[in-house]
Design a protein around this ligand. Structure first.
Ligand code: SF4
Length: 465
């Protein structure tokens, strides 16, 4: 059977979608390979959040074209957000591409891949094989970016990877919030949640396969199901889902990303006090500390309400880690607006933050706003804010030195396969020495040192159990 290589750009949702496609292809007998040079099918799962991400994927596809000289049957495809956004126009940008499959059609990729393989074989049979260059002729590409009702329910079965202890679990697709800088509502469509019982069923299957931690995924994950499923008592559909997952025996840790500050009502804040399997980490996108800019971004909260929410979360679960996303250089951001983001970041002492220089995205209201800042101004603010958030992240890591931390060991460290890597309940990476018997285990380590982004634990102390 043909072999497939999938390259994923962007967020965890994309990783999860790629896993689903990989699983579907594997179920049909295709072999997954880790090198593009060995593949008969190469799929790029793309991201549209920043222009640079799109350029990278298009550049990559351009480079892949040369592989077709060696393998004339090679199928090349785009899927995901950029495929959704640019659709037909990719025929012009990447004329050698066979597939363009949008965000509501991941479950159809396996069919389309097989169709494209057939088309390539037919085209090859008709070509004059002695003719140099015949191998790179395009076939009529398959393009499907149409919306499909119920597509959120098709991202469900995982590709079981041996010895993995953590998994992403997609609970919803799309977003109705329409932040003025964001392309996601265009690329992912309107909010659609999967039924609770289906998600719980998938989580049970994951646990049967050795998974101990799940991360629930959605563009605005904590607003899950708000249009489809009723509240029960004062509990939102998302809190009902957390309650149901918490009941699963063998599931030890629950995380979720990315939430919207608006989705943190009292019932969810209280979960951190009453559900011990809910890990003490929240990624809470601030985006700006200026009320004026928040309004222009169409983010319906204020700096004061965000500050209160962080306080409430920290009161509900002392020691909870809070990380964030902040955009600098949004159109019209004055020095005073920027200061407000900087001051709030200093005050709230985040455990980590992603700082983004505002990047214009076509088809978004912010791209049309008049007062666009220069790249130079954005870069100055970016570097300055990075120094603030990196300093607080370092302080948080240093504060862990000498403490005992519960970790889930995820396997060999990426940077040093001779050592192990795990995550604390607060989502900090810990590197430690040890053998394979620790894989997938939850245990305490003593933190002995910290670098700028990583903790180091002492396995000797743990081994003294
Ligand atoms: S809530 Fe998130 S995904 Fe939705 S529009 Fe805003 S930034 Fe984009």
């Amino acid at each position: 059977m043909p072999s497939v290589f999938i390259k994923t750009y962007g967020c965890q949702m994309n990783e999860r979608d790629s896993e689903q496609v990989a699983r579907d292809l594997q179920d049909r007998g295709h072999k997954l390979v880790s090198r593009e040079s060995e593949a008969d099918v190469i799929l790029l799962n793309t991201c549209s959040v920043r222009e640079m991400a799109e350029r990278k994927a298009i550049g990559k596809m351009g480079m892949l074209r040369k592989l077709r000289r060696e393998n004339p049957l090679l199928v090349l495809g785009y899927m995901g957000c950029m495929a959704q956004r640019l659709g037909e126009s990719l025929k012009e940008t990447s004329p050698h591409v066979d597939l363009v499959v949008g965000t509501q059609k991941f479950h159809r990729v396996a069919d389309y891949v097989e169709e494209a393989l057939r088309k390539r074989e037919e085209a090859f049979a008709l070509e004059d094989v002695t003719e140099l260059g015949m191998a790179i002729q395009p076939i009529l590409p398959i393009i499907d970016t149409a919306p499909e009702e119920g597509s959120q329910n098709t991202i469900r079965d995982h590709l079981p990877k041996r010895k993995e202890a953590t998994a992403f679990l997609s609970i919803m697709q799309g977003c109705n919030m329409h932040c003025t800088f964001c392309i996601v509502p265009t690329t992912r469509g309107a909010e659609r949640g999967r039924p609770i019982e289906e998600i719980v069923g998938e989580a049970r299957r994951l646990v049967e396969n050795g998974i101990r931690e799940v991360t629930l995924l959605g563009q605005i994950v904590n607003l899950y199901g708000r249009h489809e499923f009723p509240k029960v008592g004062d509990r939102s559909p998302f809190v009902q889902l957390l309650d149901a997952l918490h009941e699963i025996e063998g599931l030890d840790r629950i995380r979720f990303t990315s939430p919207h500050p608006m989705g943190f009502r009292k019932d969810l804040v209280e979960c951190f006090a009453r559900l011990p399997k809910l890990m003490e980490h929240v990624h809470l996108p601030l985006q700006s500390g200026s009320d004026r800019i928040l309004k222009a971004m169409h983010r319906p909260y204020t700096a004061a309400s965000f500050r209160k929410l962080v306080g409430d979360l920290r009161a509900s679960r002392p020691g909870i880690a809070v990380t964030t996303d902040i955009i600098v250089g949004f159109p019209g951001e004055t020095e005073e607006d920027y200061r407000a983001s900087r001051d709030l970041s200093e005050e709230l002492e985040f455990d980590g933050a992603f700082i983004f220089r505002y990047s214009k995205r076509g088809d978004t209201p912010a791209a049309e706003m008049k007062e666009q800042l220069s790249e130079e101004e954005k870069e100055i603010r970016n570097q300055d804010l990075l120094s603030v958030v990196n300093a607080s992240a370092s302080r948080k890591l240093e504060a862990c030195i000498g403490t005992h931390q519960e970790i889930l060991c995820e396997g060999p460290s990426r940077n040093d396969p001779n050592r192990l890597s795990g995550r604390t309940r607060t989502n900090k990476i810990v590197i430690l020495e040890g053998g394979s018997r620790f894989h997938g285990e939850i245990f305490d380590v003593t933190i002995t040192s910290a670098s700028a982004s990583t903790l180091y634990g002492d396995p000797a102390i743990h081994a003294g159990e």
